[in-house]
Design a protein around this ligand. Structure first.
Ligand code: SF4
Length: 318
């Protein structure tokens, strides 16, 4: 339990601002996300920006097994709620989480229909939309802002890195200026924004990571998700790693947690931490094999924050 003067009360006894604590406080309980695969693609796969996708990407790694055989959104939600209710019996409210690929990439009419089907489900109280920053034209943001007047809408933007060199190295197909611009336009419309970053990408250094963290500290983000780079089967990175493992240096759990802390120290206390790591199904994982369950990340982070006598926002300056 944190009891150090200077740690904000909003952290509820932790040394960082946990999204789950915040959502329980503001929405009266936990909101469980139910993954939905609406069959979107992404401009870095369909040829508009690129064809092979980002070097680390294999969306199967993030698709729950219960989705793989179903196509109808309503049916996916039913199955997801049944699954989540068994796992977390206290769950009463659910968000439809459009996670795979770029879920704002399509014409507006198509997006309207897809989101409307999810929102028509009686147990769904909002949407979480994962996307790339270059898939957020003004007309889509205007529509999302309109939806957000009546329902909860969270936009999850794949930042991955703030370094143009790192983004180019992983074949991302956009630069950081694009990310900054998308975040600013979405924030102008009052949307809840989560930034998704991937630590350990080839070419990222401690200097570039921290320069990025300071950039992010100045952006109007509401929440952040941190992930460690994992090499997944059927990706360009997997091919590179198998050919030359030394060309893809991978983080170990200790250096990863320390890097997350380095970033948290300079980020504002207002940012809610939604996620601290990821766990790829073992058959899809090439390396590194940390054998660390997702549920362990918060505990490891808290222990290390205490050992370093620090907390989120300690070095933040507006
Ligand atoms: S990580 Fe996202 S943007 Fe990159 S190829 Fe995969 S779906 Fe597309």
């Amino acid at each position: 339990m944190a009891d150090v003067i200077g740690i904000p009360e909003a952290f509820s006894g932790r040394r960082y601002h946990a999204y789950n604590d915040w959502i329980k406080r503001t929405h009266g309980g936990r909101l469980q996300k139910v993954s939905v695969d609406a069959g979107f693609t992404c401009p870095n796969r369909d040829g508009s920006r690129g064809q092979g996708g980002c070097s680390f990407c294999n969306n199967e790694g993030f698709t729950p097994s219960y989705l793989r055989e179903q196509r109808q959104i309503t049916q996916q939600i039913d199955t997801g709620i049944e699954f989540m209710s068994r796992r977390y019996p206290e769950s009463k409210s659910f968000l439809a989480y459009f996670q795979a690929y770029s879920n704002t990439y399509g014409d507006l009419e198509h997006l309207r229909n897809i989101y409307a089907e999810a929102l028509a489900h009686p147990d769904i109280c909002g949407l979480v939309l994962g996307t790339r920053p270059d898939c957020l034209p003004d007309e889509v943001l205007d529509f999302l802002a309109e939806l957000a007047r009546d329902t909860l809408v969270e936009l999850e933007i794949g930042i991955e890195s703030c370094s143009d060199a790192v983004l180019a190295e992983c074949g991302r197909g956009h630069d950081f200026a694009c990310t900054r611009d998308a975040i600013a336009r979405a924030a102008q419309r009052g949307l809840f924004l989560t930034g998704h970053v991937l630590l350990g990408l080839p070419g990222e250094t401690q200097e570039s990571l921290m320069a990025g963290a300071r950039e992010l500290a100045g952006l109007p983000l509401d929440a952040m998700k941190f992930h460690q780079l994992q090499i997944i089967t059927h990706t360009r990175l997997a091919v590179q790693y198998k050919r030359d493992p030394a060309s893809v240096p991978l983080l170990d759990p200790v250096s990863y947690i320390d890097s997350v802390i380095d970033m948290l120290e300079v980020l504002p206390p207002s940012i809610k931490v939604q996620r601290l790591g990821s766990e790829v199904p073992p058959p899809l994982l090439v390396s590194p094999d940390w054998r660390m369950r997702l549920s362990l990340f918060p505990e490891r982070l808290e222990t290390r924050l205490a050992a370093r006598q620090t907390w989120q926002g300690r070095l933040y300056s507006a």
